[in-house]
Design a protein around this ligand. Structure first.
Ligand SMILES: NC(=O)C1=CN([C@@H]2O[C@H](COP(=O)(O)OP(=O)(O)OC[C@H]3O[C@@H](n4cnc5c(N)ncnc54)[C@H](OP(=O)(O)O)[C@@H]3O)[C@@H](O)[C@H]2O)C=CC1
Ligand SMILES: O=C(CO)COP(=O)(O)O
Length: 328
């Protein structure tokens, strides 16, 4: 079958490689993984393995690799899969090579540190207003790349675009749901990382499983309040990108955010992790957003203060537990 759509995934880390690998198994898609390191891209092409990002996972023969920015020039759909704080730079770098009608999708989970902006707004700012979609939800790169069943959400302001992207990019093992709530989907993805750190702190400090359940539940309430205030739908946070991803990363040791929180809770964190921990950036940004929007985010604020070493864990627990009694 001749592929009917051309997909480029920019960012050859764990998630970018996993998305490219699962999509390249579909005959209807021509998929290219674009990275910025020519030696790595050449190795991936030759070895069909990315041991640095996805050890032991073979990459499909149909997947193409490039380190050249003009590899995106024929793409119908371009996925930006680098850390949140690199999205603006990457968009600026690749903008001159984008086809005029290409759909662009951010696959990072976070907020821009300098502005507090959602990443779809960052892409639209850097790409002259071209409409951007966001992909988020529960799915570890290793699970996706191994073909384990996963479901995520793709959100665009235009519901037709979200549905078209969900149809195009879904596979028999990687199922996408369409949403028109970009705000809810992206705040869910950014805040769940902060709450996963909170769950890790609870685990690392030995505060118990009951405390973790309370955090997940009250964390979800916090997410809903911010989403509502920012113009999204509170019900979105009960979906894949809120509750789904919070349950996954708040309980699984595969999560880098959870592991970072555990190290904080055990007081073994040495401040210098080489892993990407999106929630460590998002905590302060979300806390600031909450203050500016007048939204109460007690768990997020506590995580931000613990990371900034302004608050010790026992004080954080006392602060959360002695808040005025209220209704649920
Ligand atoms: N891993 C996972 O399971 C999931 C991750 N995500 C999200 O995906 C995003 C990326 O995470 P992940 O892939 O795990 O991270 P990794 O650390 O594995 O990879 C990040 C990749 O981004 C590349 N990169 C960094 N800056 C730029 C830039 N300016 N231009 C182009 N490429 C750049 C890096 O390239 P280089 O090596 O050259 O520095 C690297 O290949 C995060 O926001 C994360 O939350 C979402 C769902 C699942
Ligand atoms: O977002 C993820 C899975 O949905 C990955 O979580 P971590 O970034 O915490 O590893």
């Amino acid at each position: 079958m001749t592929p009917s759509e051309n997909v480029v995934v920019i960012g050859a880390g764990a998630f970018g490689t996993a998305l490219a690998a699962v999509m390249a198994l579909q005959d209807r898609l021509k998929v290219t993984l674009v990275g910025r390191n020519p030696a790595l891209m050449s190795d991936l092409r030759d070895l069909r393995m990315h041991d640095g990002a996805l050890p032991g996972v073979p990459l499909p023969d149909a997947l193409e690799f490039s380190a050249e920015p003009d590899a995106i020039s024929e793409a119908d759909i371009v996925l930006f899969v680098m850390p949140s704080q690199a999205q603006a730079d990457a968009a600026r770098h690749y903008a001159p090579y984008l086809k005029h009608d290409a759909a662009v999708v951010t696959c990072a989970k976070g907020l821009e540190r300098a502005s507090g902006a959602l990443l779809t707004d960052v892409l639209e700012r850097e790409l002259s207003g071209r409409p951007a979609a966001a992909l988020s939800g529960p799915g570890f790169a290793a699970d996706i790349a191994r073909g384990l069943p996963t479901a995520m959400t793709i959100a665009a302001r235009d519901a037709d675009l979200a549905e078209r992207l969900a149809q195009s990019l879904s596979t028999p093992t990687f199922r996408l749901y369409a949403s028109a709530d970009r705000v809810g989907v992206q705040l869910g993805g950014a805040l769940k990382n902060v709450l996963a750190i909170a769950c890790g702190i609870v685990e690392g400090a030995g505060l118990g499983e009951s405390a973790r359940a309370a955090l997940i539940s009250r964390g979800l309430a916090e997410m809903s309040r911010l989403v509502d205030r920012m113009g999204g739908k509170a019900e979105t946070v009960r979906g894949l990108s809120g509750l789904g991803d919070l349950v996954l990363t708040g309980t699984s040791h595969q999560s880098r955010n959870l592991r970072y929180g555990i190290a904080l809770g055990q007081q073994t964190h040495n401040g210098g992790s080489s892993e990407l921990v999106e929630g460590a950036f998002a905590a302060a940004v979300a806390a600031d957003l909450g203050r500016r929007q007048g939204v109460d985010l007690p768990i997020t604020n506590a995580v931000a203060d613990i990371i900034a070493e302004k608050l010790a864990i026992p004080e954080a627990v006392e602060r959360l537990m002695t808040r005025p009694i209220t209704t649920e």
